[in-house]
Design a protein around this ligand. Structure first.
Ligand code: DP6
Length: 330
């Protein structure tokens, strides 16, 4: 029997201005725009194979066959793509992350960016980058920002076709680094998908959304002008505002651990002493410390010395999603 495989690779991204809450959760149309940086040293590589013998989509993640909710999320995603583009044929998906899954680094962005790139090629969809970004978004909102290269902005949009990410600066424009301080994680963390659905229950969410265009302008300009001072101020503000929404949702979601706060305080202290460092946290307790080419080794050393930090992962700015290979067998 004939099979056809496509392999694609993508990097996760760290949001500088966060996506939190949806106007339409089934389409993942966000409540506000967001800006992020792709992370070169972390990646997901996914091979999708079309095989006429399959009676269902199958998923292998880091070498283990999936049967539960992760498989269902992938199957629902593939059903949606087949319906949208009128394609047939179940797929076997094999996906590997080169970063420790136990570190609690959200992998859905790189996972859906790699998967959508592989599937678009396998089903011969002939998509431009913008459209590829829209279909990655349907799998996981933040995945649309892992399709283009470097520093990316996801425009809100009010329809499916309008909501995609574009690169606002290539990866070599500014050599920033992300030092991720991995904090002992609390296994009961609420998934981002569940968190987005609770965002509107916070009395602070409307104010957060209304002010988002202003924060996006400041962040975009800071990236374009390579202004680390302006960038630090805006990304810490945006992270704090998102966590304020999380903490005031019903019921409250508390992602910070005591060590997370310790790290944030240390980052503010070292910045006052002249070390380029700024913190931002996603839906978890790990602290992403953004730094410069000149300062990141110093930041790494300081983070390693903070009690409660399990490890520090480091990455410069990365490229977008790419196709690695296509193979057919008889
Ligand atoms: C806090 O993209 O993981 O990291 O669309 O439900 O998969 P789903 O959510 P996801 O949300 C990311 C939330 C965030 C902020 C961000 O990356 O912008």
């Amino acid at each position: 029997m004939k099979t056809y495989s496509v392999t694609a690779k993508a990097h996760p991204n760290i949001a500088f201005i966060k996506y939190w809450g949806n106007q339409d959760s089934s389409l993942r149309l966000p409540s506000n725009g967001s800006i992020s940086m792709n992370l070169a040293n972390l990646s997901t590589t996914t091979t999708a194979t079309i095989n006429p013998d399959l009676r269902n989509d199958q998923l292998e993640l880091n070498g283990s066959t999936q049967t539960g909710p992760i498989l269902r999320r992938i199957q629902q995603y593939l059903d949606l793509i087949r319906k949208m583009y009128k394609r047939d044929g179940f797929l076997e998906i094999k996906s590997k992350n080169d970063f420790p899954i136990s570190a609690g680094i959200a992998s859905s962005a790189s996972a859906f960016a790699a998967l959508s790139t592989a599937v678009a090629n396998l089903y011969d969809l002939h998509l431009e980058q913008k459209e590829l970004s829209t279909i990655a978004r349907l799998g996981s909102g933040s995945a649309c920002r892992s399709i283009p290269s470097g520093y990316c902005e996801w425009k809100t949009g009010s329809r499916h076709e309008e909501s995609f990410a574009i690169s606002i600066a290539p990866e070599h424009h500014w050599h920033l680094w992300n030092c991720i301080a991995v904090v002992e994680s609390n296994p009961k963390e609420v998934s981002s998908t569940k968190g987005h659905n609770k965002a509107d229950s916070s009395p602070l969410q409307q104010a957060r959304i209304l002010d988002a265009p202003h924060r996006l302008d400041i962040c975009r300009n800071a990236i374009i002008k390579k202004d680390f001072g302006a960038l630090s101020e805006i990304i810490e503000l945006d992270s704090n505002i998102m966590h304020a929404v999380m903490m005031t949702s019903k019921p409250p979601i508390m992602y910070w651990q005591p060590t997370s706060l310790l790290i944030m305080q240390e980052v503010m202290k070292i910045r006052q002493k002249g070390v380029a460092a700024a913190y931002t946290l996603d839906a978890g307790s790990n602290v992403h410390v953004i730094s410069t080419e000149k300062n990141y080794k110093k930041v790494d050393e300081i983070l390693q010395g903070i009690p409660g930090v399990v490890e520090v992962l480091k990455s410069p700015t990365g490229s977008g999603a790419s196709l690695i290979q296509s193979t057919s067998t008889n």
